[in-house]
Design a protein around this ligand. Structure first.
Ligand SMILES: [Zn+2]
Length: 481
């Protein structure tokens, strides 16, 4: 029997606000433990939350970019549970009236576009972070993260493979980065992902029993954990067993998933409307203003690069996967470079250098206009593409402009015909055998003459100009000058 995989993802995205969602504490990542806290986010009696307007705007922009219907009149609810990282004993979230509902994103799977539905986008506060001693003797809690604004993006069960799940997550990250609502660093926890996965016999409409995978902390692990779950559940169903509804986690050491808790231990959160906050009303003017800040999104940009700049799909995909890279590429083109040449340089040399040195494009030692300057030198024939690669390396190390480095490295090609003509004539006069061979029909003999000229100029002669001059002097092979 064959099975179909059904996956839904819940993605938490920390919003890039300066301060927390209900108090004025800073949200900086990496601050010393328990320094960004106050009586409000620590849940002291008598304190009251005040909603951060910027958090609402970022959530709104994200929901709009995910094609959601906006609930202009919505509310916050209390989600009650006890855990040491939650000082209030409840989390302020949105239960039945999320800020955005019923949206979708498009992902590209094997060259085909597929739409993944979004059930809801809601706004809530983050909890603190527990750290457990390896020997189990004690735990510590850092409350800096308590009250950092989050959105939770819940997909419909439209994802059909672990690969699609990874692509969906990458697409969500890309859209959030384009919208500048979050830096989406999985390693810092500003993007987190839980997955629901079940299998059903092909053709069956009802969903199978699902398991939930919690806190997967890298894009690679999302796919790996789900692949392991597909295998595990397939084996259970094939042998006539039943999948138990439970929460599991991915174990990096064994590359498997292990059980955390079963359904019987599931929480009842006793949601009720948050009495300390008024309803959130988003008027038409505010909505329109935020809508105008949604930028051109990755897939639209990719289509435009293919349509307007004639780039291959592969190039357009690589360049638009990160908004910083796309902006850099556009600036190189704006500075006069041919789009395909700019694309080649950005994709191979620039990204190669940045990745090797663990730098982001914002930290690039070579500015877009400088790269355009290098491309211009190749176009003019000052240096060969091979030499340009060396110049680029030197640009990365020194930050100097291409023309300066070409001089410093003694790479300037001789393209001046008058300067080369004397050498061309000398080489013709000194190599009568090659000239005779060429004129007798041996086209290859021309290469020997070019070689002599390159040698005489220490490799600096522009090969195209040399070829042109030789042909002018000697005529076509087999013909007479
Ligand atoms: Zn606070």
């Amino acid at each position: 029997m064959n099975f179909e995989t059904v996956i839904g993802l819940e993605v938490h995205v920390e919003l890039k606000t300066k301060t927390k969602i209900f108090c004025g504490c800073e949200t900086t990542f990496g601050a010393p433990p328990n320094t960004n806290v106050c009586p409000v986010c620590m849940g002291h009696p008598g304190t009251l939350p005040v909603l951060n307007r910027q958090a609402v705007e970022l959530a709104l922009r994200a929901a709009l970019a995910l094609n959601c219907r906006i609930n202009q009149d919505c509310k916050f609810d209390r989600k009650n549970y006890f855990y040491p990282d939650l000082p209030k004993g409840y989390q302020i979230s949105q239960y039945d009236q999320p800020i955005g509902e019923d949206g979708y994103v498009e992902i590209e799977v094997g060259g085909e576009r597929k739409r993944i539905g979004i059930v809801r986008v809601h706004l809530e506060e983050d909890a603190g972070k527990s750290m457990h001693a390896p020997d189990g003797s004690h735990s510590l809690v850092d409350y800096n993260r308590t009250g950092v604004p989050l959105i939770e993006i819940v997909s419909k069960p439209d994802i059909r493979s672990p690969e699609e799940a990874r692509l969906y997550l990458e697409t969500i990250r890309s859209i959030m980065q384009y919208c500048d609502v979050s830096d989406c660093k999985m390693e810092e926890g500003s993007l987190r992902c839980d997955a629901n996965i079940s299998l059903r016999p092909v053709g069956q409409a009802a969903f199978g029993e699902k398991t939930e995978l919690k806190n997967i902390n890298s894009f690679r692990f999302v796919q790996k954990a789900l692949e392991y779950e597909v295998e595990r559940q397939t084996a259970i169903l094939r042998s006539g067993g039943k999948v138990v509804q439970e929460t599991r986690r991915f174990d990096e050491a064994t590359q498997t998933t292990v059980s955390m808790r079963t359904k019987e231990e599931a929480h009842d959160y006793r949601y009720f409307p948050e009495p300390d906050l008024v309803r959130l009303h988003i008027d038409d003017e505010w909505l329109a203003r935020v809508r105008a800040t949604v930028p051109e999104l990755p897939l639209a940009k990719r289509d435009r690069y293919m349509r307007e700049l004639n780039l291959p799909a592969y190039d357009a995909g690589v360049l638009t996967s990160d908004p910083g890279v796309a902006a850099y590429f556009e600036q190189v083109v704006a500075a006069g470079a041919d789009p395909k040449a700019a694309s080649n340089w950005v994709m191979s040399d620039l990204l190669g250098y940045l990745n090797a040195n663990n730098l982001s494009v914002a930290d690039s030692p070579v500015r877009p206009a400088q790269l355009a300057g290098l491309i211009a030198e190749v176009d003019k024939g000052t240096i060969s593409i091979k030499q340009a690669r060396e110049v680029f390396k030197a640009m990365c190390e020194t930050g100097k402009d291409a023309p300066v480095l070409i001089k410093e490295l003694g790479m300037e090609q001789i393209s001046d015909e008058a300067a080369l003509l004397g050498i061309v004539d000398e080489v013709i006069a000194n190599n009568p055998k090659s000239v005779a061979d060429y004129q007798g029909g041996k086209e290859k003999a021309l290469g020997a003459l070019v070689g002599q000229i390159m040698k005489a100029t220490k490799g600096k002669a522009n090969p195209a100009v040399v070829n042109k001059l030789l042909l002018e002097r000697l005529g076509k092979p087999g013909g007479n000058a």
